[in-house]
Write a new protein. Sequence first.
Length: 362
Amino acid sequence: MAAQQVRGVIAPGKNEPVQIRTILIPDPGPGEAVVKVQACGVCHTDLHYKQGGISDDYPFLLGHEASGVVEAVGEGVTDVEPGDFVILNWRAVCGQCRACLRGRPWYCFNTHNAQQKMTLEDGTELSPALGIGAFADKTLVAAGQCTKVDPSVSPAVAGLLGCGVMAGIGAAINTGGVGRGDSVAVIGCGGVGDAAIAGANLAGAAKIIAVDIDDRKLDKARTMGATHTVNSKETDPVEAIRDLTGGFGADVVIEAVGRPETYKQAFYARDLAGTVVLVGVPTPEMKLELPLLDVFGRGGSLKSSWYGDCLPSRDFPMLVDLHQQGRLDLAAFVTETIELDAVEQAFDRMHQGDVLRSVVVL
Ligand code: APR
Ligand code: ZN
Ligand code: ZN
């Protein structure tokens, strides 16, 4: 069968505006699936691809926070079949790498993507963002990137679990191990930080302190479950968090900005033997300087959270179910739904600070 022609949003070159182009989707080969995309959120990582911050493998097929319906599967695919409603993940675990063999598949070091390439009409191979490429009517992925969830959930809501919202919730519940009665502080209340707040709330944290430099973000954070807010432009966040925790600091502090200053705040705002979770993604030139004696003397653990240390097959269906039961408001993360041709404007709006997520709905 011939490849199918569909629309897709590509980043053609460094800092060039995105374009809607016709892309060719091959039939799924062994272990692959073609998914009809229903919704795809606009994430900072898509913007980083466009800006050249991730690699130079232009053109990129952008979009990676998506849900949709499996249209066709290739040879040997048994976990999903045509008609299944799925969230796309960028952690299709291999089962054979050293992390998987140690029983820690959420760290899998050899995750699967489709083997075949999607292309432009002239045959130019596309690099799909995070091995997904879902700002498109359809996309080709490894079947393991398709995680089945309850099909009655809204596609726009479900897709968000594919990246940013899972990263935040997972930073709290998987990496941070937040439990009932814990005090938690979250520095940076964008989509990821707010998801960490929602995750901490879900896990039964007794106190959830939201820190941001923008009052609008703090107002939103309260609706996500923050019990206290600190504007760190006006107030020293380390002192404020200590004041709110009996003078000691929080049990778990989640850094959802990705900067050395905010990491230091997280480091000193945690109680002795507490946990710092870095989920914000720094840039290559950033350096961290800390007295080594403080690293030793304050004890505890300093962790990074990759994709919320999630295991899609375990976490996506569970979080969708909690949402459907009214116990986790994932819809609150969808600020607006947009058309496929509005991705560039959505990138602009990201910077204005009034959007948690713009979601392309197809
Ligand atoms: N102190 C506190 N908050 C800050 C600071 C600071 N110095 N600088 C920025 N912020 C806040 C912003 O006001 C905003 O609310 O951090 C938030 C960042 O949110 P977004 O830009 O919406 O980013 P988000 O999608 O939440 O991602 C946050 O996690 O996965 C990573 O790559 C992602 O590094 C990014 C981070
Ligand atoms: Zn593996
Ligand atoms: Zn993302």
